[in-house]
Design a protein around this ligand. Structure first.
Ligand code: ADP
Ligand code: MG
Length: 466
């Protein structure tokens, strides 16, 4: 896997403050937001969301993509922060707004605000982008329109998710892993600098690493490979890559189901040549969520959907078959997702780490009595609600391994997280005891908040350098 260093070398603990902009270019949507960090693990957010038009995904030039983004950014500023909509409006006292750009593609980074695209994935293909400095192209479009905004940081969405979860997670625990299960799938985790040998690290500390696990096992040495997987891959715009992602993420699950249904009925005349089912991407993965959850009498809901979307007049058996397929595809996806999470948890060594020793008492948690546990629960409670403990130097040690997740698939596919959890238990080196220590929390729209947090980090570094 690529294992890309992010240049993010600290994790927010919930005390960060300030107003920052974030732009998130996902696989499906563009989000523009402003994040006001309150410094007590909470924030307020304003946002605008727009679907990315298909022609922009395959635009002729990289600038064209950013021109689309800046048009939306400008509209957002006019609505929510009019004083920053044009350079002439900015008073002396106000400086430019710092922006973190979440870019959910594989890029090679050389500083917080410098990086170039390695390859397009998901539905994107803009050849002239490869190798160009992403922030410079973005900044050039902003400057063309005299908007007082500085692109301060380039952030992978998984890195943003990790930071957002770390800022908002209860207690003083920082987060180990940020993982996305949306249009695509990927994860970023906290690694010790000394282990990131490609950077020749000369000091201690940590750095967030973007794994790009979507491209795990492109050689298919261990991944399952059904005829439907093969068909999905051959018809994709990037055959042979992102093989792990093609078995897990929202962009592809509907395609796997489509090919499976087509082969299920190919010997019959149930599907007319005009049916939408013959078109690539005709089934959205939200259809799988619906089919997997179907429990209406005689499958009336699923049969209506099959008829409504695809002109298929499904009998009971066919509808039940579609449900079984949707369940199998979703379960396989969630189990593979669990494997990725397990890999990071095991690599981190946090399961074997000796029980942390309580700062004040010097007593190992495991041997602490009832009153000490009660005291700790109370401190956790207070910490969660007031943020007071976050600022104090008292460490609340927990055995929790915290994981932040984001993406419509994990949010909406029924039982996705439960299946991840059962997978963690099934992996011998984790088991029931390990799985109990793993806390998974949704970092809703985490990439936006995360990008704001990295922009803040970049701003502080800039100030220090001046
Ligand atoms: P992005 O990946 O662009 O940041 P999302 O996290 O919203 O955006 O993921 C979008 C993907 O999630 C799409 O592939 C879509 O098909 C899928 N999706 C949307 N709604 C659902 C749902 N209810 N169940 C399963 N998948 C869904
Ligand atoms: Mg996303």
């Amino acid at each position: 896997m690529d294992q890309i260093p992010s240049y993010v070398t600290s994790l927010p603990d919930g005390t960060d403050t300030g107003l920052y902009l974030a732009v998130d270019l996902g696989g499906t949507n563009l989000r523009v937001c402003s994040v006001d960090l309150h410094g007590d693990t909470t924030f307020s957010i304003e946002q605008l969301k727009a679907a990315i038009p298909p022609e922009i995904m395959v635009a002729k030039t990289f600038s064209e993509l950013f021109s689309f983004i800046v048009t939306r950014l400008h509209a957002f500023l006019e609505t929510h922060h009019a004083e920053y909509a044009h350079i002439d409006l900015v008073s002396e006292s106000k400086s430019r707004l710092l922006l973190g750009f979440t870019f959910s593609f594989a890029f090679e980074q050389s500083a917080l605000n410098r990086g170039s695209l390695m390859r397009w994935t998901k539905g994107f293909n803009i050849p002239d982008a490869i190798g160009q400095d992403i922030c410079s192209v973005f900044q050039a479009e902003i400057d063309k329109r005299n908007i007082p905004v500085t692109v301060a940081a380039l952030v992978n969405d998984t890195v943003g998710t990790l930071l957002a979860r770390s800022y908002t997670s209860p207690g003083t625990t920082t987060t180990l892993l940020g993982a996305i299960f949306g249009t695509g799938t990927n994860g970023a985790y906290v690694e010790r600098l000394e282990n990131i040998t490609k950077l020749n690290p000369s000091r201690d500390g940590i750095m967030v690493v973007n794994t790009e696990w979507g491209s795990f096992d492109n050689e298919l040495m261990v991944l399952p490979n059904t005829p439907y997987d093969k068909a999905v891959d051959i018809e994709s715009i990037h055959p042979g890559i992102q093989m792990f992602e093609k078995r897990i993420s929202g962009m592809y699950l509907g395609e796997i189901l489509r090919h499976a249904i087509l082969s299920m009925v190919s010997s019959t005349s149930e599907i007319s040549p005009e049916s939408r089912l013959n078109q690539q991407f005709a089934i959205d993965s939200s259809f799988l969520s619906m089919a997997a959850a179907e429990d209406s009498p005689d499958f009336v809901v699923l049969r209506f959907q099959l008829s409504h979307h695809f002109g298929i007049d499904a009998d009971l058996d066919t509808a039940e078959g579609v449900k079984v397929l949707a369940l199998a595809i979703g379960k396989r996806a969630a189990r593979l997702a669990g494997v990725a999470i397990a890999g990071v948890v095991l690599k981190s060594g946090r399961l074997e780490a000796p029980k942390k020793v309580d700062v004040e008492s010097g007593v190992s948690r495991r041997h602490r009595g009832f009153w000490a546990s009660l005291f700790e629960s109370f401190r956790n409670f207070v910490g969660r609600w007031s943020g007071w403990l976050l600022r104090s130097k008292i460490e609340v040690h927990e055995d929790v391994i915290d994981i932040g997740v984001d993406g419509s698939l994990i949010e909406f596919y029924p039982g996705f997280e439960d299946t991840i959890r059962s997978t963690l238990r099934d992996i011998h080196a984790i088991g029931l005891a390990g799985e109990r220590r793993i806390r998974i929390g949704i970092a809703k729209d985490g990439s936006g908040i995360g990008a704001a947090l990295v922009a803040r980090m970049a701003g502080i570094e800039l100030e220090r350098a001046l």
